[in-house]
Design a protein around this ligand. Structure first.
Ligand code: GBH
Length: 487
C-alpha cells in the first residue's frame, strides 16, 4: 500500500475513462476568504476579523473586510460557477453573520437571508450547494470566553447547527460540519499563525481544542439525525485534511515509521485525543503496526465511554482535503511542548518536485492516489468526497495558468485511477478555489483561483484564467479523453 517506489514519480501516464454517473463536480470557497461585508446588516465579529485587524498577522496587513465582496456579488459568483459548469458549489456560512454573539440570543435574519438568496440563485442555476458550517470564523464573542478550549462550545455549535439546518435544510442536502479540525487545533492553537493565534502552550491547547471540535461535530450530526434527516434526507460529515508522506530515506525503517505518523497525526487518529479513531469507528485489526503511538501520551485528552458512544459513527461520508506530499524523517524532540513532539517527525520536500505559489505545496499527484488508498484501507472503504484540491501562483496576474491545468490534469487523473483501478468509492471532487481570495495569513499573495479578481478595480471583476476552460471540459465529458476538444 505504501512506498510505491522511490523517488516518488511526479509524472505518470494518463488513464482514460469515465468518472461514476452522477459524480459531484464542485469548486470550493470559505466565507471569510470571499464574503467581505464584515460589519454589514448586523453581522457580529469573528476571530478572523480580530486577527486580521491585529498588526503583522497577515501579509501586508491585508484583511477580509471586503475580500471578493461576494456578499454583494451573488450574480457574479453564479456566473463564474456556470462558466465552470460545476454541478455543485461548496461554500461556508459565517457563524457570526447569522448569530452575532454566537448564541441563539439573537438570530440575524438579514445575514441568514444572504444565504437564502445565494442558495436560491444556485438552485435556479441547477447547481447544488455543499455547505460548510465552520470554516474557521468563530464568533469573537465566543472566543472571549475561551472559544474551542471551553467545552461549552459544544452546545453553542449544536445550537448554531440546529438554526442553520432548520432554516436551510429543505434546500441544502450536503452538509460539512467542520473544515479541517487538525488545522483549527494545530494552526490556530499550536503554531498560532491562524486565528485565534494562540501559541503559548502548543503541547496542550491543540488537544483540548480537538477534543471539543469532535464533540461539537458529533452533536451537530445528532441534531440532523434526530430532527431533520427524515424530513430533508441530506448527508452530514466532517472534512479532514492530510498531506501524503513518504519516508525521506525509504531504506531506513525509522523514516518509514515517521512517514506513517505524519499522516496519522493529521487524520487525528490518535494524538489529537483519539478523536478520529473514535469518530470513524476504527477497529484497526489489520495494520496494528500502523497504529500511531504518540510520544507523550500523558497529554491526550481521553474520551469517556459515554462520549465514545456518542461520537462513534457520526459520519455519512468521508470529506477530504488534499494538496501535497512531504518526505518524513524521524526526530526526537527534546522539548515536549513542541507541537511536533508527539508525531516525532520532521518533514522536507524533494527538491525535484515542482513548486507552486505556496511554500508548503509541491506538485506531487501520485501522493493523492496513495492517500486515497490509505483512507480506503484504514477507514473501512467509506464513500469519499474530495472537498478541496488545488494549486496556487504568486504572480500579480497570470491568466495563462498552465501550471494549474497541469496540476488538475494530473491530480484529477490520480483520483480517476483510484476509482477505476483501486476501486475506491469516490463520489465527488471540489477544486479549491473559485476565485483568488484572502489566503488567510498569506493575504492575497497566494492565488488559488480559477478566476482572477482584479483588486485595483473597485468593482472587483472576476476574470477567467485559462484553467477555467480546462476544468469545464473535464466536467463536461465526465471523463478523460485522449484528445480533449476544449469547450
Ligand atoms: C485549505 O487548507 C483551507 O481549507 C483553505 O481555506 C485554504 O485556502 C486552502 O487550504 C489553501 O491553503 O504555514 O507551515 O503552517 C489546506 C491545508 C494546512 C495548507 C496548513 C497550508 C500551512 C502550513 N493547509 N498549511 S504552515
Amino acid at each position: 500500500m505504501r512506498n510505491n517506489g522511490f523517488p516518488l514519480p511526479t509524472e505518470e501516464e494518463m488513464l482514460y475513462g469515465h468518472f461514476p454517473e452522477g459524480f459531484i463536480w464542485s469548486t470550493a470557497t470559505a466565507a471569510y476568504q470571499i464574503e467581505g461585508a464584515w460589519r454589514a446588516d448586523g453581522k457580529g465579529l469573528s476571530i478572523w476579523d480580530k486577527f486580521a485587524h491585529t498588526a503583522l498577522k497577515i501579509s501586508q496587513d491585508e484583511n477580509g473586510d471586503i475580500a471578493c465582496d461576494s456578499y454583494n456579488k451573488i450574480a457574479e459568483d453564479i456566473n463564474s460557477l456556470k462558466t465552470l459548469r460545476v454541478n455543485h458549489y461548496r461554500f461556508s456560512i459565517s457563524w457570526p453573520r447569522i448569530m452575532p454573539d454566537g448564541t441563539t440570543r439573537k438570530i440575524n435574519e438579514a445575514g441568514l437571508n444572504y444565504y437564502h438568496r445565494l442558495v436560491d440563485a444556485l438552485l435556479a442555476a441547477n447547481i447544488k450547494p455543499q455547505v460548510t458550517l465552520y470554516h474557521w470564523d468563530l464568533p469573537q464573542a465566543l472566543q472571549d470566553v475561551g472559544g474551542w478550549e471551553n467545552d461549552t462550545i459544544v452546545e453553542r455549535f449544536r445550537d448554531y447547527s440546529d438554526v442553520v439546518f432548520n432554516s436551510l435544510g429543505d434546500k441544502v442536502k450536503f452538509w460539512i460540519t467542520i473544515n479541517e479540525p487538525y488545522n483549527v487545533a494545530m494552526i490556530g492553537h499550536g503554531y498560532g499563525s491562524a486565528a485565534p493565534g494562540i501559541s503559548f502552550r502548543p503541547g496542550t491547547a491543540p488537544y483540548i481544542v480537538a477534543h471539543n471540535l469532535i464533540k461539537a461535530h458529533a452533536e451537530a450530526w445528532h441534531v440532523y439525525n434526530d430532527k431533520y434527516r427524515a424530513k430533508h434526507g441530506g448527508i452530514v460529515g466532517i472534512t479532514i485534511n492530510s498531506d501524503w508522506a513518504e519516508p525521506r530515506n525509504p531504506y531506513k525503517q525509522e523514516d518509514v515509521d515517521a512517514a506513517v505518523r505524519v499522516v496519522q497525526v493529521q487524520f487525528c487518529s490518535s494524538t489529537i485525543s483519539a478523536s478520529m479513531t473514535v469518530l470513524l469507528s476504527l477497529t484497526r485489526t489489520k495494520n496494528v503496526n500502523l497504529f500511531f503511538i504518540p510520544r507523550n501520551s500523558s497529554r491526550l485528552v481521553e474520551f469517556t465511554p459515554a462520549e465514545v458512544a456518542r461520537i462513534k459513527g457520526t459520519h455519512d461520508y468521508f470529506g477530504f482535503n488534499h494538496y501535497t506530499t512531504v518526505l518524513a524523517y524521524n526526530m526526537d524532540y527534546k522539548n515536549l511542548e513542541h507541537y511536533d513532539a508527539d508525531r516525532g517527525a520532521g518533514t522536507v520536500a524533494d527538491r525535484t518536485w515542482l513548486d507552486s505559489g505556496s511554500f508548503w505545496l509541491k506538485v506531487t499527484p501520485v501522493g493523492f492516489r496513495n492517500i486515497l488508498n490509505f483512507i480506503k484501507e484504514e477507514y473501512g472503504d467509506p464513500p469519499i468526497y474530495i472537498t478541496e484540491n488545488g494549486v496556487s501562483e504568486r504572480e500579480s496576474m497570470n491568466l495563462n495558468d498552465v501550471h494549474r491545468i497541469h496540476y488538475y490534469d494530473n491530480y484529477i487523473n490520480q483520483a480517476l485511477k483510484a476509482y477505476l483501478l483501486d476501486g475506491i468509492d469516490i463520489r465527488g471532487y471540489a477544486a479549491w478555489t473559485l476565485m483568488d481570495n484572502l489566503e488567510w495569513a498569506t493575504g492575497f499573495d497566494d492565488k488559488f483561483g480559477f478566476f482572477y479578481v482584479n483588486r485595483s478595480d473597485p468593482s472587483l471583476p472576476r476574470i477567467p484564467k485559462k484553467s477555467v476552460w480546462h476544468y469545464a471540459t473535464i466536467i463536461n465529458y465526465n471523463r478523460y479523453n485522449k484528445k480533449e476538444k476544449q469547450i
